[in-house]
Design a protein around this ligand. Sequence first.
Ligand code: ADP
Length: 568
Amino acid sequence: MFCSDISAPFLFFFSDSVPSTLLYYSHLPTAIIALFLGFFVFVKNPKLLSARLLFAIAIAFTLWSLGSLTVWVHIDSGIISFFWSMFGLLFSLISVFSLYFFLVFLNKGKDISLTKKGVLGIILLPVVLLTFTPYNIGLFDIALCEAVENSLFTNYYYFSGLIVFLWILVTAIYRYYKTQNKSERRQILLLTGGIEFFLMSFFLSSYIAALIDNYELEQYGLFGMTFFMGVLAYMIVKFKAFDIKLIGAQALVVSLILLIGSQFFFVRNTTNQILTGITLALAAGFGWMLIRSVKQEVKRKEELQIISDRLAAANERLKELDNAKSEFISIASHQLRTPLTAIKGYLSLILEGSYGRVEPAVQDVLNKVYVVQSRLTQLVEDLLSVSRIESGRIQYNYEPTQVEPLVAELIDMFRITAKDKKLSLDMKLPKHSLPKLMLDGNKIKEVVSNLIDNGLKYTSQGGVTVTVEEGAYVARIIVADTGIGIRPEDHDRLFQKFTRSKETSKIVASGAGLGLYVGKNFIEAHGGKIWSESEGQGKGSRFIIELPYENSNVKKEEIATFAASYKK
Ligand code: ADP
C-alpha cells in the first residue's frame, strides 16, 4: 500500500517541511563518521571490550539513521511502519550501549559487574519484548503517512534514556572526585561531556520534535554524534585512548576529508559538486603529504627517545659507579689518615730529640722520611677533598678574614723548603691593608699553600714571589715563579682532576695532579677565579687568584653580622 496523496517521485518525497539537503546531511555523514571511527577503533583493538561497545553504538546509530532516512523518503507504508517500529529498540540500544561503554571505559577496559549488567538488561527488556507487538506501533495513519506509536512505549524508552543520562552523570562526578590524577580527570570530563551531549541532543531533539511537531529540530540533534566522535578522536590523539597511537595530523586530515566529502550530501548543482570534488582531492593530497612528513618526524622522535632513555640509564649506572668510587676513596683515605698522623707525630718527636740524640746520618734519613710523609699526608687530604667535592658534602665556614696574615704564615712555613732548594721566597703586600673578606681561611690557605709548593717544586733556579694586591672590588693573590713554565695548550687542562703536564712527571715523580683541581673548586665556591699564565716553557709561571669583596655564596645574615662587627 502506498501513501495516498503522493505524486512526488520516489526517494524525493518529504512529508514535512524538512529540506532534503539538511535531511541527507544530518543523517548520512554523521552515520558514516560514527561508523568510520567505531570501525577504526574496533579493527585496531578488536579484543578490547570498550572498542567493541563503541562499534556497537556506531552500528545501532547507523541503523537508526538509515531507518529514519528511509522513513523520510519512502512511500511504501509497509516499509515505513517496519522501520518506524525499530526506532524504540535502536534508541534504547544506543543509550544502554553508551552507558555500558562509558562504564567499561572508566574501568580501564574491564567489564562491569553481573549486577550492573542485569540492571542494563532489565532496562532493555520491555522494549525488546514489546517492539513487535501492537504496544509499539498501534496504527498507521495513511493520510499523514505516519505510524502512530503507543505513547506508553515511547515514553518508556525516553525515560530509560533519561535514566542512562543520569547514571552517567552521577558516575562521572563520583569518579572525578575520587581520582587525583590530572590526566584521568581530564579524560573523565571529556568523555562525559561528549557522551552526555550526544545523548541529550539525540534524545531531547527527537522528543521535543515530536512534541511540537517540528522535525527540522530533530535533524540538528543528530550532530551530537559527530561531536561525540570528535571528542573520542581527540582522546585517542591526546591520551592514546583504546591503546591506539594516532597522530593529530592523521585525525585532522581524516576529519577534513569526511567533512568536505559530506558536502556532497547537500551540494546540488554541478559546478559546486566539481568544486567540492577538487577541494576534496587537494585536501586528500596535501593531507597525505602532511601525514607522511609528520610520521617521519614522530618516528625520528621516538628513535631519539629510545636513545635518550638508554643514555639516561647508562648515566644512572655511571653515577652509581662514581658514587661507589668516591665512597671507596673516602673510606680508604680516612683509614690512611690515622696512621700517617701517628707517623708524623713520632717523627717530629724523634727529630726534636725526645727519644735521645739522633745521629746526623739518621737525622738526614728521617728528614727525608718526614718530607715523603708530608707529601703522602697532602695526597690523602687532596683525595678526601675530591671525594667531598664530588659528593657535595664539602662544608665552608665563612668568616671575616684578613688575607695578608694568612699569606705571611704560609711564607714562614715554606721558608725552610725554599732554603733547602736554594730558591728565593718573597712576599709583596699592598701599601694599605685590604678589607676583611668573608672567607673560609683554611680552604684559601690550602689553595695558596699548594701554589707555593708547586712553585718551589717546579723551579730549579730563581724562586717564588707571592704578591697580595687590590683589584676592582677583588683581592688578588699572585704566586709567580721562575720555573719550568706552562705550555699554552696546558693551562686549562691542569685544573682538571689527575692531570699533570708531560714534563712534570719526568722532573717530579710525586704528585697526583689533584691540587689545582681542588683549588679551583674552593676558589669558585668563594665566587672567585683562579687561572694560570706563562710566557711558555722554561719561562716561569704565574697563578692568579681573585677573591671578590662580596661573595654571593655567603648568607645575608652572615654579612650583616660581619658588617656590624666591622664597624665596631
Ligand atoms: P701536582 O702538582 O700534584 O701534580 P697540581 O694539581 O697541583 O698537582 O698541578 C697539576 C699540574 O700542573 C702539575 O703536575 C704541573 O704539570 C702543572 N703545574 C702546577 N704548578 C706549576 C708551576 N708552578 N709551574 C709549572 N707547572 C705547574
